[in-house]
Ligand binder design. Sequence first.
Ligand code: 4AD
Ligand code: MG
Length: 433
Amino acid sequence: QTIPMIQIKDASKYVGQRVKIGAWLRHKRGSGKMAFLQLRDGSGFFQGVVAKADVPEDVFETAKELKQETSMYVYGVIHEDARSDFGYEIKIDQIEVIGESHDYPITPKEHGTEFLFDERHLYLRHIKPYATLKIRNTIIAATYEFFNKEGFIKLDAPLLTGSAPEGTTELFETDYFGQDAYLSQTGQLYAEAGAMAFSRVFTFGPAFRAEKSKTRRHLNEFWMIEPEMAFFHQEQSLELQERYVAFLIEKVLEENDQELDMLKRDKELLKSYTQLPFPRISYDDAIKLLQDNDFDVEWGVDFGSPEETFLANHFSKPVFVVNFPKAIKAFYMKRHPEREDVVISADLLAPEGYGEIIGGSERDTDYDYLKERIINDGLGVEEYQWYLDLRKYGSVPHSGFGLGLERMVTFVTGEEHIREAIPFPRTMNRLRP
Ligand code: 4AD
Ligand code: MG
């Protein structure tokens, strides 16, 4: 008779049956008569119980000798266990050790963050990274689901480029067979080309910024989702953005109840962020609001973290700040029809201090204006000729935006620091593991 090999997440379907599970030991406790093994198998967590009286002596001895992170096959009968967090446990009757483990560095005691990220290749196995990265995965899958349903295709942008649309001060340079090349800051310009071919596209890939900022909201390599829509003006884009963000939160609430509990995230609060529409406030009014609340800001400045936090908390919801000063935004943003000094842009700011999760705009369509901006920004016209071509052959109004995946994950999970939201973070002081 064959014993079913199952995963912990499916334990509920095997109550009363003898099964086999491949697992690692997180930690254990016990007495002379019992051993309680805290197990994980990548699909979930639960407890294995070994009772001295019920198993051959060598099985109990093996259980007592197991070290943290030893891998093994365990055999036994699944039981319901209302007292545990996970609802089920396995009464183990046989253990086959696969890979031994000695002096595992991450012990159950408290460790500092730097240490945990030095050991990130092992730290991934622990509860907080597990829950956070499962939620990241839900957000990625939900992104494909949402945009596929909305008639978008995913368009893959190159990562080695000659262009620097988000500014030339934050570039990772590399040599491309004798030519200067950069690691991509954004897929947007390619998404714009794609939108003229497929009408609605999104890119999703890593973005690289050599920002020398050591904040809890910045990575030097992060992942960005960049939808681009032909025939969309700003208001249609904002409406799509808020539905997308609400959809991501709803999906996480639906699929990651246990993970949200592991992270102690307030689910009612998250739910409240799915109520649409999100408020919109102009940059002009945002400045006034900040000034009325004793912020020392003047028209024309970019917002820092305290300003962003105040604005979103003021509305208790994600809030769109629209129409920023032209001088502090990228060259491709559409000029306001009645205002020389602002562009048709929008940043979506998340509450609770999570900052800007989306940046986007309507795109300017005027060939000569864009060419002049490219020259004035010192970007090198040859490099952007292909982009200017898009304005020459059947140009249409279009809009797009970029959602920072790790900012979104940090916001949804309630993490303190963005490095938690990516498997192997790249920050100014971290290139390994
Ligand atoms: O506002 P950003 O720079 O916009 C763009 O790159 C546009 N090309 C997007 C577009 O319109 N297609 O970046 C977009 C988002 C930000 O709102 C933020 O969420 C995230 O990307 N982001 C970062 N996340 C982590 N670390 C960094 N250093 C980030 N820089 C931007
Ligand atoms: Mg931005």
